[in-house]
Design a protein around this ligand. Structure first.
Ligand code: FAD
Length: 423
């Protein structure tokens, strides 16, 4: 399956990342991190702050994985409804994880401020837009469960939802003022600069080909070098490849594609998302939309085949926003989401000193950043445990079939869908 990043709006508009070189020769560190996305970079930044020596090795360029491809919705919490979270891992662990990730946008925006990361950060909240009776019921449920846990969320009725979004096609929206939008690749580049500032060493174009135990730790081999360390963190999520590709077997990779329009006119911008929230909807085959700093509409949907999605997206946009009936797309790109079986991120200790953090299931900006901070504090002995589940994940049976099921489902939906899901 082809995966395009070269036509990505985020790549075209990102701030420059640090100038890096591939790893060569032998190095030592206390911790080596495989993967230069939000998880790896945040872990490195926080380890550096705590005075722990750390090396990050990235197979491609910083932000090559989900971190440089996502929608940029910096949300609080996980995908699951809070009650589902409690059922999945128990009420006490559920409450801990919920409370930790409720604060994840605070951490993201605090880092952006502390390190002056120019990543188009807007913190005007997100809108989870309701479609149909089931969508409304889902939002009512979520709202009640979140409010019970003290979240400042608000369920907007149809008139307000419609004027906030600029479309008559939604019957409600759950507004979360804790959240916001970012330019995700710029955020990743900014985290990389910040990690270096805190003393971390980063190397790009350094695919890890093997991770082997030694007498007192680990040796991580890349194509042209090696790092010896007591601790290894595999922060490769859906993009696990080369020497760590086995990790990918624990998740179903689901493709999500996005398109970015030409900058909209000022009169169009007055009608769509006047408060600049980011939006995703309640449809089973979900879609999302937001604006970037240049006033481009960034529209996305499940599935990886650009052609079908582009046709569907143009049609869907003109249904949602009739004043955008001739939308022209400048960019399109895809990314892989790592869906774990329980839809939760996990930190697995695979062997003594060897950890893997993954399974964000489409919500990794806040959680990935938060996990990095927690891991660093844990390694430094400053906390006793992590908020995410630490159970070891099993390889997903019939993974390729499951991936195909989602992909074919999304494609069929996009090919066949007219307006029925919006009525
Ligand atoms: C299309 C899309 C939309 C999304 N939208 C949102 C959203 O709006 N909000 C949100 O919160 N989350 C969203 N997510 C999820 C979020 O982007 C991810 O959860 C997050 O980026 C994961 O970060 P990470 O650092 O764990 O992994 P990644 O960013 O995927 O980084 C993993 C890195 O590991 C590297 N790597 C792999 N194998 C090796 C190796 N052998 N050697 C060296 N390096 C290696 C890869 O090259 C990659 O750069 C979305 C994801 C996608 C794909």
């Amino acid at each position: 399956m082809a995966e395009r990043l070269c036509d990505s709006l985020w790549r075209a508009s990102a701030i420059a990342g640090p100038d890096l070189i591939p790893l060569q020769g032998s190095h030592n560190a206390q911790v080596v991190i495989v993967g230069g996305g939000f998880t790896g970079l945040s872990t490195a930044l926080h380890l550096g702050k705590l005075g722990i020596s750390v090396i990050v090795v990235e197979a491609h360029e910083i932000g090559f994985g989900g971190s440089g491809r996502n929608v940029g919705l910096a949300n609080a919490g996980v995908w699951l409804e809070p009650d589902q979270l409690d059922s999945a891992i128990g009420p006490e662990a559920g409450r801990t994880l919920y409370n930790t990730l409720a604060g994840a946008p605070n951490l993201v925006y605090a880092l952006i401020e502390e390190y002056d990361i120019q990543c188009e950060a807007v913190r005007n909240g997100t809108l989870h837009a309701g479609v149909g009776k089931q969508g409304l019921a889902q939002l009512q449920r979520r709202c009640e469960q979140m409010q019970t846990r003290g979240a400042p969320v608000q369920l907007l009725e149809s008139a307000e939802a419609q004027s906030r979004i600029g479309s008559s096609k939604f019957n409600s929206a759950l507004f979360d003022p804790r959240a916001g939008t970012i330019q995700p690749l710029s955020y990743a580049h900014g985290l990389a600069h910040a990690a270096i500032k805190e003393g971390a060493k980063l190397f790009d174009y350094s695919p890890v080909t093997s991770v082997q135990p030694t007498q007192d730790g680990w040796i991580v081999q890349t194509s042209h070098g090696e790092v010896r360390a007591e601790t290894v963190v595999l922060a490769t999520n859906a993009y696990s490849e080369h020497g760590v590709k086995e990790q990918a077997r624990k998740f179903v990779p689901i493709f999500y594609s996005q398109l970015a329009s030409k900058p909209l006119t000022s009169s169009q911008l007055e009608q769509i998302l006047p408060n600049r929230e980011g939006v995703w909807d309640t449809c089973t085959v979900m879609s999302s939309f937001r604006l970037d700093q240049q006033g481009r509409l960034v529209f996305g949907g499940m599935g990886g085949e650009g052609g079908v999605l582009a046709n569907w997206a143009s049609q869907r946009v003109s249904e949602l926003f009739p004043f955008l009936s001739n939308v022209e797309w400048d960019y399109s790109w895809t990314g892989q989401i790592a869906y774990s079986e329980d839809h939760l991120p996990h930190c697995q200790q695979l062997q003594r000193g060897l950890f893997s953090v993954a399974g964000y299931s489409g919500r990794g900006i806040g959680p990935g950043t938060m996990m990095g901070k927690e891991l660093a504090e844990w390694f430094a002995g400053k906390r006793e445990s992590l908020s995410v589940p630490t159970t070891i994940l099993r390889n997903i049976p019939l993974r390729e079939l499951k991936r195909l099921f989602y992909e074919v489902g999304a494609q069929t939906y996009h090919l066949g869908q007219k307006t029925h899901a919006l009525d």
